[in-house]
Design a protein around this ligand. Sequence first.
Ligand code: UGA
Length: 440
Amino acid sequence: MKIAMIGTGYVGLVSGTCFSEFGVNVTCVDKDKATIKKLLGGECPIFEPGLAPLVSSNVSSGRLAFTTDLKKAVSQADAVFIAVGTPSRRGDGHADLTYVYEAAAEIAEAIEGYTVVVTKSTVPVGTGRKVKQVIINTNHDADFDVASNPEFLREGSAINDFMRPDRVVIGTDCPRSENILRELYRPLYLRETPIVATELETAELIKYAANSFLATKITFINEFADLCEKIGANIHDVARGIGLDGRIGNKFLHAGPGYGGSCFPKDTLALVKTAQDFSSPVRIVETVIEINTKRKIAMAEKIIGACNGSVEGKTLAILGLTFKPNTDDLRDSPSLTIIPILQAKGAEIRAYDPEGMEEAAASFDGVTFCAGPYETIENSDALVILTEWNSFRALDMKRIKKLLKNPTIVDLRNIYVPQDMENAGFVYHSIGRSSARKER
Ligand code: UGA
């Protein structure tokens, strides 16, 4: 089996590499010459744990190739995956499908023999049919079917998510293309991975429903964390108490500063727009977006509150800038909202992130970037933990106590135990946990 993966961004590169690991011959195509040059030179353009060695071993085995030549890659492929970007369209929140349709037209011109054209990018309901139309309009003779195969990869654990998925969704109206996709995912059969085979539109909607539901779950627990703070309850125990109910499940119930990243914010917004277009609003998701946006601002206020109501002239040490650990991605990260507010209120910001420093340097003005956690904390008035990187989980608190001007810690990811922090002499603020209560 041969496939072409159009787009070597996050989804395309991870999916293409993992398919090649399954034994499929994969050619990853990108218009961006610099990216392809990097990949051909053995360099991995994105940070994802485990990806670089997997790319190089599959390139060495001859199953994984990179090119800018879409025509050649597509003409030889049994299946072509469209994995190009679908950013939020400026102004209205709709997903911008320009790159998807451009790719579809180019694929149409290059198709030789029966080919399945698969959308892997997250695309609004109805896009698959439009892709089909674009291909027909461009090349009347093309022998093809269109399918939707959404991805459920999380940044930071994408390889594992691809190799051990909870399910694979295949949306197509035609058994021939379904069979080709089933064959591609055959290595997962041993694990008895459920395959949800459905029609195009349903597969497209499943992707938005999954991300919106997860964003809702996080927002639910975040609001309960606020309530816990008011009534002296503990959000960890609440999450555990409800999460053990199999109908609810214990994942994505970790309270924090609000969800970010390249998917939840963009996909919830796109779903809301689609639903409004069909006069069938998804009011829960609309509310989730509003709460999450306000939450990031509220987190800046929480930090100011922890600094006795003012950060004017104070220096704050920020640990973690990426939207979550194990990624270098800052897109829609809470740090992008929180830090500028603190700066506007007169704070000096010192910051460190294990992987996100390069992107951070281009995203923030006036921030002093430091070489490590302790350098960041030195002579600061308070320590703020924004992302739960493992390397922040066991910091030397005695050393920190000496380095900080005031023993104030704001932990927006709840990685420390309130009682321990109080015993260590800190004024410790976290999310949804009353410090007076003992954590078990
Ligand atoms: C998300 C989904 O989890 C993937 O299944 C999906 O494939 C992907 O979007 C996508 O559409 O491409 P990702 O954005 O990489 O993956 O990150 P998540 O691990 O889902 O985290 C998203 C945000 O939610 C982060 O800001 C994280 O800190 C936050 N979060 C997550 C919480 O605040 N609490 C939780 O319990 C879980």
